[in-house]
Design a protein around this ligand. Structure first.
Ligand code: MN
Length: 137
């Protein structure tokens, strides 16, 4: 076994995110592994654009308050220790609450043929972002 050489933190591109977001790659598996895991940090109010993942995605909140929204106007409010999964091709967004930093681990699978595993769309509007939330029971 060996340590994985960690890359510097990356600033999330403004084309895909609103507000300040940074990520660290935890692991990007070498083929035939398709393992992907990033630690992602969102500043208050920051969020992804609408997007979907070809093989779905699982989000595990480690700090702060996460908001995860879908096109049916559902917004899940997730707290540290909560895990939310999005099925393949379901459009969604994730981000921090307006008044808290948020950190989550994003887990998903790449593709062996090197084609895009995430499809990006337009930014989440303030109206969409500020919709009613559902808490974990
Ligand atoms: Mn996602």
């Amino acid at each position: 076994m060996e340590f994985i050489k960690q890359q510097p933190s990356s600033k999330a591109p403004a084309d895909w995110f609103t507000g300040d977001v940074w990520w660290d790659v935890i692991v990007a598996g070498q083929q035939p592994s398709r393992m992907r895991a990033n630690l992602v940090r969102f500043s208050p109010g920051a969020r992804t654009n609408w997007h979907s993942h070809v093989l779905g995605q699982t989000l595990h909140v480690t700090s702060g308050i996460a908001l995860i929204g879908t096109r049916d106007d559902t917004i899940l409010e997730a707290h540290p220790g909560d895990t939310v999964t999005c099925p393949a091709d379901e459009e969604h967004w994730h981000g921090a609450a307006p008044d808290r930093f948020m950190e989550h681990i994003a887990l998903w699978e790449g593709r062996n043929d090197g084609t895009a595993e995430t499809t990006w769309a337009e930014p989440v509007t303030d109206e969409q972002y500020n919709g009613p939330r559902t808490r974990n029971q």
